[in-house]
Design a protein around this ligand. Structure first.
Ligand SMILES: [Zn+2]
Length: 84
């Protein structure tokens, strides 16, 4: 869950983990820790057509969540960061 300033600049104010309710570290409107953010715009073939669901999970809750997966998370290296 995220909150932004309402002064027109729309700056990040608060990020709360949806699972554990912990406030994540936000300094000067910048999130200073890892977070898994999901924004799903449910479509016609779902039972939630037209709804947009947003969640934020802290890294600890993300790790606990994916540990329960039958098929492990697909991991890739972020090659764009290497400065090709
Ligand atoms: Zn959490």
């Amino acid at each position: 869950m995220r909150k932004y300033t309402k002064d027109g600049r729309h700056q990040l104010e608060l990020v709360v983990c949806n699972q554990c309710g912990r406030k994540l570290l936000v300094e000067n409107h910048i999130l200073r820790e890892g977070v898994c953010s999901i924004r799903e715009s449910w479509g016609y073939f779902s039972g939630k057509d037209g709804e947009i669901h947003c969640i934020d999970l802290c890294e600890k809750c993300y790790d606990e969540w994916v540990r329960g997966f039958r098929v492990p998370v697909e991991r890739q290296e972020e090659t764009e960061l290497l400065g090709v």
